[in-house]
Design a protein around this ligand. Structure first.
Ligand code: GUN
Length: 291
């Protein structure tokens, strides 16, 4: 049987529409317009595309967007100075420093300089600590998007067996925490996991976040499992013409669709949810700062 395709593009549009309503309500009832500041250093083309989309969607939901661009050879001190300035600016409710930063910068130092209340990426150690201890922090956008899609599709996640493949601070670890909070039995698999196919085969929920094209094979997937594919990998597609590429996930989509009950496509699955959740976090941060 063919899996239900979870439409991340449509779901992200509904999240943005809820955010736009919250923004209107904040404006009308409290006279506050949420503001999101994005800082980008260097000319990484993928980062520039992300940032352009962030800025566009910020204004579409009625928020103020503040955009700061620095050349790649900027001193770390200058970026830290900007972060301090944004921390103290009441018009700014959320701060995002686009990663990766140039090699000469200490990424951790810059993230830790962001006020945890304005850390809409949820990368600050205070926010990861709050997530790990069941507190009310800001949750990283990509795992939050995956979690919302799972809840929307499955409802109660309690008692389900979940596997998160990948253990990054940005996706794998916070994803596992969210699933644990939802009372799943969670396995975190990684490059040293002994028998990955056997681990995946037990899971009702598979979240793939390894960044390796089609590494998770379709025939590993348990019948009717829900598959969330975080990977966005560009691979050569000579069948489309010389030098052409196509995007694939971390899961072998066609074969996984035969076993899964539901699956996110790539593109159009998790991807659009990340920015939608960034906007959602900015609204959450604004409410909390004005409580
Ligand atoms: N680079 C790629 N994705 C992200 C993200 O979600 N946040 C930040 N800050 N940088 C990124």
């Amino acid at each position: 049987m063919s899996a239900h395709i979870i439409d991340g593009k449509a779901f992200a549009a509904s999240v943005r529409s809820d955010v736009a309503k919250d923004v209107q309500s904040l404006k009308q009832k409290h006279g506050i317009t949420p503001g999101l500041a994005v800082v980008i250093v260097g000319e990484d083309p993928a980062s520039q595309v992300y940032v352009r989309n962030k800025v566009k969607q910020t204004s579409e939901v009625g928020m103020n967007g503040f955009h700061f661009e620095y050349p790649a050879d900027t001193q770390e001190e200058e970026v830290l100075q900007k972060v301090h300035e944004l921390n103290n600016d009441p018009a700014v409710n959320g701060i995002l420093v686009q990663l990766p930063l140039p090699d000469h910068m200490n990424e951790t130092a810059i993230i830790e300089a962001i006020s945890p209340e304005k850390d809409v990426d949820g990368f600050h150690v205070v926010n990861s600590g709050l997530l790990a201890t069941g507190g009310k922090g800001l949750v990283p956008c990509t795992p939050l998007g995956c979690y919302l899609m799972l809840k929307d599709h499955l409802g109660d996640l309690s008692g389900k067996k979940a596997i998160v493949v990948g253990r990054s601070n940005i996706v794998g670890k916070p994803m596992a925490q969210l699933l644990l909070d939802a009372s799943c039995t969670v396995t975190i698999a990684h490059s040293r996991t002994k028998d990955l196919p056997a681990e995946v085969a037990q899971a009702d929920i598979v979240v793939a976040a390894v960044g390796r094209p089609e590494m998770i094979k379709g025939d590993w997937i348990k019948q009717d499992a829900t598959v969330i594919d975080v990977g966005i990998n560009r691979i050569p597609a000579p069948e489309r013409g010389q030098g052409k590429h196509r995007l694939v996930g971390d899961v072998e989509y066609a074969t996984a669709s035969e076993n899964a009950g539901a699956i996110t496509p790539v593109p159009g699955g998790v991807g659009p949810m990340t920015i939608a959740c960034l906007l959602k976090n900015t609204v959450t941060a604004t409410y909390r700062q004005n409580d």
